[in-house]
Write a protein that binds this ligand. Structure first.
Ligand SMILES: [Fe+2]
Length: 384
């Protein structure tokens, strides 16, 4: 029997319309004429945010740009964007880039509408978010799913761990989905962001809060990633593969937002805090080991479906599924643990990382109950 569930995803998804046409239309639909564009220095160097500014100005908008968002966005990034937004009396924010600018814009939009500081709203004991300033997301990577999620994850330099704020009122007004914007993403980032999208879908499909609608999206996300992520990584100009991965990221992002994540993301929270690794790269390193830990707890019919998507026959066992997932990661030229020198592991306090991972809320959605000893074991497996 299907258990109780609710599903809310209010973001308008715009596909097949170039950014320079779609964004001014969405901003006009919001009734906004003063716009803040939020991006990062790397994307600013490509000229895309300037193109967007010109397109908005041609549509009679007044545009300010904040292009200083860091790779792991901080409360200082949010304060910088907020300052420009307040000084220009901005009526709408447009985020262009990967998850970092989109999360920064999401947090800025929330604070513009509600006041206070980001730390006032983090997890436990947070005041209720009443509303959010309108914002439009233009993803230039296919992975984080931030364009369709209600969560902003921001580091606070005064606190040891990354934290997030979430509210059903923090969804983007619209997401402009143009696969051509991801063509310039280099292979290693295409692979790392793409495997993140796949893991969102896998963890949503195998978690405790799964529901029939998130399942539909998660399954299609995994199918698209299995069929197109290698092609998008090998040839960044393959627009069919890029399109498939943009959909995989959106479907995986919605599934994640509605059904939750699991052990991979819990451990990557602890690992990324310590090593400052790229989120998708860390997830790739964890994935085969977390899958090995979880596979016995995943319902047989779900395991069977994932095996089929991975190209395995009906008779394949759990070990073959774990190995197929590890092979998928290897074929993307991503690491499957700490053993290939990605980071220095000398003197690392693994107990601290295990304990930090247990503080991540997604650990409670994992298909198999996780203890701090289990986290230590999976981390140890990543070292062998
Ligand atoms: Fe992720």
């Amino acid at each position: 029997m299907i258990g109780a569930f609710a599903f809310k995803m209010p973001t308008r998804l715009v596909w097949g319309s170039p950014m320079n046409d779609a964004v001014p239309m969405e901003v006009a639909a919001l009734g906004a004429t003063r716009v803040l564009v939020v991006t990062d220095p790397g994307l600013a160097a490509t000229g895309l945010p300037d193109d967007l500014r010109e397109a908005l100005e041609e549509a009679d908008a007044t545009v300010e740009v904040y292009d200083q968002v860091s790779g792991n966005p901080t409360t200082e990034d949010v304060a910088g964007a907020r300052s420009v937004a307040e000084d220009s009396d901005c009526e709408a924010i447009v985020a262009i880039g990967g998850g970092s600018p989109i999360d920064t814009a999401k947090a800025t939009a929330m604070l513009l509408a509600n006041g206070g500081e980001f730390s006032d709203y983090q997890w436990e004991g947070r005041p209720i978010v009443h509303r959010s300033h309108p914002f439009v997301a233009v993803p230039t990577t296919a992975g984080t799913g931030s364009e369709v999620s209600k969560v902003a994850v921001i580091s606070d330099p005064s606190q040891p761990f990354k934290k997030g704020v979430l509210s059903p009122l923090m969804f983007a007004h619209a997401a402009i989905l143009d696969p051509a914007l991801t063509v310039g993403l280099p292979p290693h980032l295409t692979a790392a962001t793409g495997i993140d999208a796949f893991i969102h879908a896998l963890e949503a499909y195998t978690g405790k809060r799964t529901n029939p609608l998130s399942d539909l999206l998660a399954l299609e996300s995994m199918r698209l990633a299995f069929s197109s992520l290698e092609a998008a990584t090998a040839d960044g100009s393959d627009l069919d593969a890029r399109g498939d991965m943009m959909l995989a990221a959106v479907y995986g992002g919605i599934a994640m937002d509605q059904a939750g994540l699991g052990l991979v993301h819990a451990l990557s929270g602890g690992i990324c805090s310590h090593f400052h690794l790229h989120h998708g790269l860390a997830n790739a390193m964890i994935l085969p080991h977390a899958m090995e830990f979880n596979v016995s707890a995943i319902a047989a019919e779900r395991c069977h479906t994932i095996k089929t998507l991975a190209g395995l026959g009906a008779s394949a066992g759990s070990g073959e599924l774990v190995e197929a997932i590890a092979d998928f990661v290897r074929r993307l030229d991503l690491p499957v643990g700490f053993d290939d020198g990605v980071v220095s592991i000398a003197g690392v306090d693994w107990d601290e990382i295990a304990e930090e991972s247990m503080r991540m809320v997604m650990v409670h959605n994992n298909p198999r109950t996780v203890t701090v000893e289990d986290c230590r074991s999976v981390l140890a497996a990543m070292l062998t």
